[in-house]
Design a protein around this ligand. Sequence first.
Ligand code: URA
Length: 204
Amino acid sequence: MINITNENIDDIKNIINFEDEWKELLEVCLNCKKCGLYKTRTNLVFGKGSHSAKIMFIGEAPGETEDREGLPFVGRAGKLLDKYMYYFDFNLENVYIANMLKCRPPNNRDPQESEQDSCIDYLRLQTKLLNPKIIVCLGRISAMRIIKPDFRISSEHGKWFRKGEIHMTAVYHPSALLRDPPKKADALLDFKSVREKATELGLM
Ligand code: URA
């Protein structure tokens, strides 16, 4: 049991309010009908990781396994992502992982522009609550939406961009690495660069 004192009462209130805001946002997403994907999903895939993390990974949209389990990156691509994370000491206590879309597009098709438009505000609110110092886009689709519309993953992966206080980069999507294993060497360097940036910013 936490001992509440005059010294820590404000901190405790802030933590309770902060967690309530996360819960409210989840509730709003669970009830969202802004696009049609809520009709075909099994589960909403909101995000996973620590609410006090300063490093945020953003993927594209849930796949079949994610839809079944309600968590991002738990299928084949997720298992590969886990390996890179483990290698560079990233884990669910120091990162937060979310997707552009919270519901699975049928047959894993690319998210439509209108679906992204419907869902982006929820991701913005998650980002606002988290207040990350580093955002790592997983793949082209999220990089084009979050870093810049003309982002070219083949030539710009691993490069750093800055928006205000947030340092941003993109790495190849783990599914692209499964399809094209020679790209794994580039991904290793890109994750190394993320780790170095995290150290440089005093996050790890
Ligand atoms: N691909 C993504 O972009 N996100 C997931 O959660 C799983 C696969």
